[in-house]
Write a protein that binds this ligand. Sequence first.
Ligand SMILES: [Zn+2]
Ligand SMILES: [Zn+2]
Length: 264
Amino acid sequence: MPADYHMHTPLCRHATGEPIEYAKHAVAIGLDEIGFSDHSPMRQDNFDNWRMNLDQLGEYVEKVRKAQKDFPGLTIRLALEVDYLPGREDWIRELATRHPWDYFIGSVHYVSDHWDIDNPAKLSEWKNRDAFEVWTAYFERLTMAAESKLFEIIGHADLPKKFGHRPTRDCTPLYEKFLAAAKKSGCAIELNTAGLRKDCREIYPNRQILELAFQNGVPVTFGSDAHAPAEVGMNFAEAIQLARDVGYRECCQFAKRKCRFIKL
Ligand SMILES: [Zn+2]
Ligand SMILES: [Zn+2]
């Protein structure tokens, strides 16, 4: 089975279970590699309420190190899921120097400075928005994230569908532009199974995006986006099947921000 590269810790304030419990579940289901990628801190702790504070970054690394020590037979990578916001690239570069990270997942949750589209507390905001406009804003930022070369992996590449909203207009040009940027920068996209647990009931990204990614030569990783130990590796069989159906025969794994390909 490929590595599960997307999992969280209670430091982000909306996940449960310690890294050692995630690791224990990973071993129980037969994974040999996982990676913690909790929501990165911002320079200002009051940015929002769903991430660790900056002074907790050391504690996060210690929790992951403890899991590494307790589960020597399991490869455990140290990573972050980093929010991409245009104009804040310097902060991401600074974060990158703080610890010997294995990879950064670059994610777009904010389509403007004030709207995190996947936040259930802001679900009503969707009533004021046209889905295609949200998709356009989202993919513009996702393309910038891919172009920035700050990330090894782009997270949940069609997150706006989370609550079941979908544009009626054809989004192919948005997808193509993003994937061309990902290919050019050499970043991977993840098959994120959390979508199956949300209203959209579908892996992120959808099959069309994945087919275009394969055609464009964009590599893939896998992630459960676990916010609880029992979610580790969840629906991986389905994700692997989808990747293989689309044509993928290998996926990426990362150590110290360097990619190696493994057979799928
Ligand atoms: Zn989260
Ligand atoms: Zn995310």
